[in-house]
Write a protein that binds this ligand. Structure first.
Ligand code: SF4
Length: 229
């Protein structure tokens, strides 16, 4: 059985994008209460070996060929870094002449082993959701010992040496980071990380939207503030 899954190819800025998940089930170093994938039974931050990788790599190779993709977006069920073959996967894609975009929640971008892997990618997305230590522990439920301060400084350190495009994705959550004080804190964090692009998201999933979603007006307001920072 192959362990990768794919989304239908789509076009973004004239590029054909192939989105791939490289984890057989959810593996993450966080266990966010609003995770669209559900609870983290496998809360880890070390690399793990999954079965049948050769079959999965062969399948990826032929999908790349058939789909005529320009960019492969590694967007997995959790933290893609924990697949111990991620480096091989990225090499396979880049050797075919395609660009790679990698989504990570960003915490592991401070570790040497993962910096090397992320540096192979043309684009890396790091994220932030809540912005107080208390909320980070309460709603993102990371592995013990993780701190918000380290989370941010990991992304700062990574981007200081990264040559590709670093995209910083901020999710605005009602009651957690949608007030003016939080927006000012987010501005400071953007300044520290100095990403190439900032993306503002909000809770769109139906099950979380009612409690954690913000209005269109507030979304516009916050986006204007943060993007014109
Ligand atoms: S970091 Fe992302 S994948 Fe991991 S638990 Fe949180 S929402 Fe889910």
């Amino acid at each position: 059985m192959n362990s990768f899954t794919y989304k239908d190819i789509y076009v973004e800025d004239g590029k054909r994008v192939l989105e791939i998940n490289i984890l057989p089930e959810k593996y993450c170093n966080f266990d966010c209460i609003f995770c669209p994938i559900g609870r983290s039974k496998n809360k880890i931050d070390t690399q793990t070996s999954f079965d049948e990788i050769d079959n999965s790599l062969n399948e990826l190779e032929s999908i790349i060929q058939d789909s005529k993709a320009d960019l492969v977006f590694i967007n997995s069920k959790g933290e893609a870094f924990v697949n111990d073959k991620i480096s091989e996967i990225i090499d396979l894609i880049t050797n075919k002449g395609l660009s790679v975009r990698l989504l990570s929640n960003g915490y592991l971008l401070g570790r040497e082993q993962f910096i090397k892997i992320a540096n192979k990618c043309d684009e890396v997305i790091g994220e932030i959701k809540v912005i107080t230590e208390k909320d980070f522990q309460k709603v993102q439920r990371p592995i013990e010992g993780y701190t918000l301060e380290e989370y941010i400084s990991n992304m700062v350190l990574f981007n200081k040496q990264y040559k590709g495009k670093f995209i910083f994705e901020i999710t605005i959550i009602k009651g957690y980071n949608d007030d003016d004080e939080s927006i000012n804190k987010l501005k400071t964090i953007i300044g520290q990380i100095s990403p190439d692009e900032v993306k503002i998201e909000r809770m769109d999933d139906d099950i979380f939207k009612k409690k954690l979603g913000i209005s269109d007006e507030r979304y516009e307001e916050i986006s204007n503030e943060l993007l014109n920072n």
